[in-house]
Design a protein around this ligand. Structure first.
Ligand code: GZL
Length: 621
């Protein structure tokens, strides 16, 4: 908590500087008494030119207004990385407690943000920096937004045929590239659709209007236009109006208010817009949880976007006005857990049961012993019981469409906990809460590169895979191989599934030993239990695990820590099973009418001997 006099001095100093016009920053603490200010939150905004950023900043201010004990200091980098670096330095000098930053140039800002993260909590918004050196990332899924725009453009083309003009933003804009990827992924499935791409570097209304006017002779061929934001959509619409053309347009951002996307759909200026939420409100809500050390703050919050069309615009606007009411009733939750195969799973179940008890939520628990059939039966049982919410930890990622469609028709929302599913339509579940599995696999291979040299001999790796078709196994394998493929002197020479169990890991090594002279440098196990099984098999054969062969695994269980401390294993990549608090918060938010993010992503650290020694005492799992 800050010294109140100090905070008062900071704010007065800032107002002084502001008055002198020496800084393009703004104190935002209207009507707040300095002596009540406990936290100062610095906001480094990339610019205040783009309307999307103005909306983001206003949402931050509006949400901050609800807390009497915080003050904001907002800086405007005016789209300059050099200035953003200076702004952040200045904010640190004024002693802010937490930084919210929307980076202008992600690559340039990553090291700066990483440095700040060593000192105070950092919330990154809108554009994700590389790696995980921040407290929380909040942003949209631009590839999904592009895919939604593609699905909408198909509705505008009779027979799914015609010529589409895509007006994209700067080639240096990650969000624009992601939107194009999602959009083109849809339209390229239809050979009768011809796609013409034009880039508007500034992504502004005026430049778009000029571009369309310049292209007036070619407009006769165009059947629909997709613009990467609503300002460009408006510019295109203004040009078409001047030229007397009526071509349907789809935009992105979806704000309310004159000349904004939703209002343009409402008055038929454009055919549809895809909302791109800013996360400003969520940034302040999570900032307060972080500053008050509330448990369950995730690593990433990926916000949900909606298609707003002439058909649903009125309902969309009505729904926006819905206030969220705290849910006082007992919430009944049907929870289908996949099994008891590992220490991770046992800790995961315990965390969820404990959190449900603490939250006063009635949890109806069904264990499936790693059987998808039993999970489907459990979901049908929950539907018959008319529970409020279904939580599913899916043993594999396919084969869920039918039963989840039944839940949807019964009006019961489904939350995916821990593992993902692959479904064509993304309205069969409300949100996914779990880890970034490919990143865990990348981290495992990065550790090998740093700790197992290949300069004198090529490195042979055995991979102990998790359950085939399960998202953590698929994701970790893909992430591991993504890095491996860049280093030709490292090879996976043997890879089998141990189904995430101790016995499974042990049997793979015994099988390998029965047919080969031991020539393995590293074992990569998709979870700690299989690594521990492998250690047993190695010791039974007189091979020193952790010495004769390095071992890296995933989960971060205390048993893995103990093996690492004894020198029998070398590294474990944490994947927290303690999802209970976040899951219950999501359920309560859902039941009070709040919209849940598309994905809530947890993250973990990498533990070797030194970190394991420091963290073993008090380890919860
Ligand atoms: C990961 C989880 C995996 C663990 C294994 O989220 O699904 O399943 O890594 C567990 O230990 O069996």
């Amino acid at each position: 908590m800050k010294n109140r006099l100090f905070i008062g001095a900071v704010i007065l100093l800032f107002i002084g500087i502001l008055a002198a016009g020496l800084a393009s920053c703004d104190i935002y603490s209207e009507d707040k008494e300095f002596e009540k200010i406990d936290y100062v939150i610095g906001v480094s905004q990339a610019n205040m030119r783009e309307s999307w950023r103005l909306v983001s900043t206003n949402e931050i201010k509006e949400e901050a207004d609800k807390y009497s004990d915080i003050s904001l200091i907002i800086t405007d980098a005016t789209s300059s990385t050099e200035k953003q670096k200076k702004d952040i330095q200045k904010l640190l000098e004024y002693g802010i407690d937490l930084l919210i930053v929307s980076p202008w140039d992600v690559k340039e800002m990553t090291p700066i943000i990483s440095e700040v993260y060593q000192k105070i909590p950092v919330i990154v918004m809108d554009r994700a920096v590389e790696g995980y050196d921040y407290t929380l990332y909040i942003g949209p899924d631009n590839e999904t937004i592009g895919r939604q725009a593609g699905e909408e453009i198909l509705q505008l083309l009779p027979g799914k045929a015609g010529t589409v003009l895509e007006l994209s933003g700067s080639e240096y804009s990650q969000s624009s590239m992601d939107r194009s990827k999602g959009f083109q992924g849809v339209v390229e499935e239809y050979p009768q659709i011809v796609l013409i791409q034009n880039r508007v570097e500034s992504a502004t209304r005026d430049d778009t209007e000029e571009l369309i006017l310049r292209q007036k002779d070619a407009l006769g061929e165009i059947d629909a236009i997709f613009a990467h934001n609503d300002y460009m959509a408006r510019g295109a619409s203004m040009a078409l109006q001047q030229l007397g053309y009526h071509i349907p347009i789809i935009g992105i951002d979806g704000f309310i208010g004159e000349n904004n996307g939703v209002s343009m759909v409402q008055n038929d200026t454009i055919a549809a817009t895809i909302t791109c939420p800013t996360g400003g409100k969520e940034a302040i809500q999570n900032a307060m949880d972080i500053l008050n050390h509330v448990s369950g703050v995730p690593k990433q919050i990926i916000l949900r976007s909606h298609k707003v069309t002439t058909k649903n615009v009125e309902a969309y606007i009505d729904n926006l006005g819905q206030t969220t009411l705290p849910n006082e009733d007992i919430i009944d939750v049907g929870y289908s857990q996949l099994g008891t195969e590992s220490a991770w799973r046992l800790a995961n179940t315990a965390s969820i049961k404990e959190a449900a008890r603490d939250a006063g939520i009635n949890l109806i628990y069904e264990d499936a012993d790693q059987s998808q059939e039993k999970q489907i039966e459990a979901i049908r049982k929950f539907i018959d019981l008319k529970v409020d919410v279904i939580v599913l930890s899916p043993v594999v990622d396919t084969g869920w469409e039918i039963v989840l469609q039944e839940a949807k028709e019964a009006g019961i929302p489904v939350i995916l906990s821990d593992r993902k599913i692959s479904v064509e339509v993304d309205d069969l579940f409300t949100t996914y809460l779990g880890a970034d599995f490919p990143e865990e696999g990348r981290n495992a291979m990065r550790w090998i590169l740093e700790n197992v040299p290949s300069d004198t001999k090529e490195v042979s790796i055995i991979e102990l895979q998790g359950t085939l078709g399960a998202s953590p196994a698929t994701g970790r394998k893909n992430g591991f191989e993504e890095i491996l493929s860049q280093h030709p002197s490292y090879h996976i020479v043997y890879s089998k599934t141990g189904n995430f169990t101790f016995e499974g890991g042990k049997e793979i090594i015994e099988e390998y030993l029965s047919g080969h002279e031991w020539d393995i440098d590293v074992i990569f196990a998709h979870n700690d239990d299989m690594a521990l099984g492998a250690i047993k098999a190695l010791e039974d054969s007189g091979i020193k695990p952790g010495v004769d062969v390095k071992i890296v695994s995933v989960d971060g269980t205390k048993e893995a820590f103990q093996a690492i401390i004894k020198g029998k294993s070398n590294c474990t990549v944490e994947c927290t099973p303690l999802l209970g608090p976040q899951l219950m918060k999501a359920i309560k938010d859902l039941m009070s009418g709040k919209e849940l993010p598309l994905r809530i992503i947890t993250a973990g650290k990498i533990y070797t001997k030194e970190e394991a020694l420091k963290s073993l005492k008090g380890r919860k799992y």
